[in-house]
Design a protein around this ligand. Sequence first.
Ligand code: NDP
Ligand SMILES: O=CC(=O)O
Length: 378
Amino acid sequence: MLKLPSITAARGPAALHDRTTFAPGMARSQISCLRSTRAANVHPQTAFTSGAMAPRMRTSTTLAPTRRSIQPLTCRASLTEAAPGKTVLGFVGIGIMGLAMTRNLLKAGYEVVVWNRNPDKCKPLADEGAKVASTPREVAAAATYTFAMLSDPEAALEVATRPDGVAAGLAPGKGYVDVSTVDAATSRAVAAAVRGAGAAFLEAPVSGSKGPAEQGKLIFLTAGDQALFTAVSAPLDVMGKAKFFLGQEGAGANMKLVVNMVMGSMMTSFAEGLALADKVGLRQQDVIEVVGLGAIAAPMFALKGPSMAARSYGPAFPLKHQQKDMRLALALGDEVAQPLPMAAAANSLYIAARRQGLGDADFSAVMEAVAAQQQQQQ
Ligand SMILES: NC(=O)C1=CN([C@@H]2O[C@H](COP(=O)(O)OP(=O)(O)OC[C@H]3O[C@@H](n4cnc5c(N)ncnc54)[C@H](OP(=O)(O)O)[C@@H]3O)[C@@H](O)[C@H]2O)C=CC1
Ligand SMILES: O=CC(=O)O
């Protein structure tokens, strides 16, 4: 009989939720040591032999370090914990999400230096007290910790590595937190550029859209240098309601793609349901109500249903970004030979919607691709 691997053995790095960060009494110097072990590609747990010093992380079989991977610790610049009035933060990428997130940092009392490719988008933040830089390098040079919220892998890599990019302004003691949704390979390339400058790197894609960004209720899916996770905990808490530390960079990116792949498929399925209901003479409003009362109730259906029924798609999460996430999730599935037929079907609807010119509309506009297919078949 074919023996399947156990789920535990197949799992990636253990998750560390914000409620279980470090063992009590762990000194900052130990936190910075964690960063350098990460840079040396050694799991932080290998750095601590005493139970009192070990960070509280759940372990899994895949994390068990081999003796060969244990290397001496070289503590470089330590990271100070960010606090309002004390730490200058940077933010590059002032789009839908970046604007709302930066606003919350300003409201919490942080000094924030911002940059956006189209500088006009920085104006509202300048009115609210942000300083505007003319290059990403200037932001990273002025700030201790710089956040980035950029549209896709190409933008994330470009802003980090171009000659006047973020990496050029980084130095030991600083950190870069990329909250864009990208693939693991891009995240690792950005991490290499950041660490090449002697700084720390954290990937921290977010779950939650424009509304949660405005309300400071995002969910951060982080991975990378754990010392930076700790150092930016306070600003993450200003912008979000939960944060997870998932291990080495790539794990946060993969988690985000899994979640958004499910979300993207749910949305196309919901759009098809609304279209079918309409076709058979049911009121879409009734469908939304019935769905909302049962086991498949979801905040997303409750939030987007009424505007979808009205065929109105003001952008909270641009459809072009959802299609990018489907594309990246499918590529991830390809990489590990995991068939994803539902996601592939959903992706073709998002592509069709982009062809209809709906890339900048909300992703719920995939409804129009469903409607167009219906018409083609009549
Ligand atoms: N909106 C949402 O609900 C959510 C979005 N995300 C993710 O967050 C990221 C940003 O999303 P969102 O804010 O909605 O998107 P927007 O399209 O509103 O913003 C994209 C940002 O990226 C910048 N950008 C794009 N290309 C480049 C480039 N080559 N060089 C420099 N800057 C560039 C844009 O600059 P410019 O203004 O000059 O074009 C803009 O600041 C995406 O990865 C998305 O998948 C994650 C969770 C929720
Ligand atoms: O990435 C989008 C979201 O809503 O999360």
